[in-house]
Design a protein around this ligand. Sequence first.
Ligand SMILES: *Cc1c(COP(=O)(O)O)cnc(C)c1O
Length: 370
Amino acid sequence: MPDPIYVTRSFLPRKEAYLKYLERPWASAMLTNHGELCQELESRLKKLLNVNHLVLVSNGSLALHLAYKALGLKGDVLTTPFTFAATSSVLRWENCNPIFCDIDRKTFCLSPQKVEEKITKAVSGIVPVHVFGNACDVEKFEEIRLNHPGLKIIYDAAHAFGVEYTKENGKVGSLLEHGDASILSFHATKVFHCIEGGAVIVKDKDTENKIREFINFGYDPMGGGKLNPLGTNCKLSEFHAAMGLAVLDNIDLILEKRRKIVENYRRQLSNELEFQVHNKKSSENYAYFPVILKDEIQLKNLVILLNSKCIFPRRYFYPSLDTISYSTGESYCPNSREISKRILCLPLFPDLNENTQSGIIKLINDFLKK
Ligand SMILES: *Cc1c(COP(=O)(O)O)cnc(C)c1O
């Protein structure tokens, strides 16, 4: 049997490059607690992502907790059912009531129109997701935010590392500066990773400081001995930051290799498959390669065929979260249910070799011809 090909494979820097970064914590014995490497990674990420207030944390799910709590989400929160479970399960942990609104059938992102229909006095926030790195309609969401004072918008940007967005005035900026906050995940399977890690991006110093308090047991980050009773531990260790720095040194290479693979898929896959329609105002980070099959039966048959050749694509996202009882509100989302049943993410990672990819493409195209 050939080596299995999974939907993703974590990028690893050269071992020597990682060990080089570890010399510093090894010498100082400062292994965690917002150490030198964590600070260096924070400042490099702020520069690269073009954002002013970024706090590194130990994973993307905690980043969601922190953003929801710092911005005071409570009661009903409108979000998408077409996402990773964490987006809405964390809402539940934060005692919110997720209410699902449907997605756009082409972009797979939360529909601002569907959101508007469900805004009531009980809604404190909206959590859209830049699905597979595709930017949501951030301008429409901004309009909604301005029309409803007090309503917070928190983007789950776990997939959107490095994505840029062209504004109405033609200026290019970070996608991550929209809304009241954005969160990133730096899990091993994401475009950029620290093994486990994440970040919260906010708009002002006060919110940043509040989050810095939360992540270090409630201690005032400026010293002075004040203690916030809501503190916990979400710190990123120096060993994780070292991996982040070593991976970041390769980020251009990672994105370039991913771009080539995505372009091969787009060029060579049968046009019987539907692809995600990309927001023209947003740049791409080639995080995932989803395809839409005709129906769930065809999808299941393709998965059986690929698995028999040791290729393991992933049904991502399945199931649609409005089929799970997260909330008490009425949340039926037909577009999300349909897309979830027909979508498959194909293998995509920097070291996917060209022959292997051609083999996958041929298997799929031959299957579709039958
Ligand atoms: C990966 C992911 C998360 C969670 O991030 P972790 O770092 O794994 O905790 C949240 N939301 C989305 C959309 C994700 O893909």
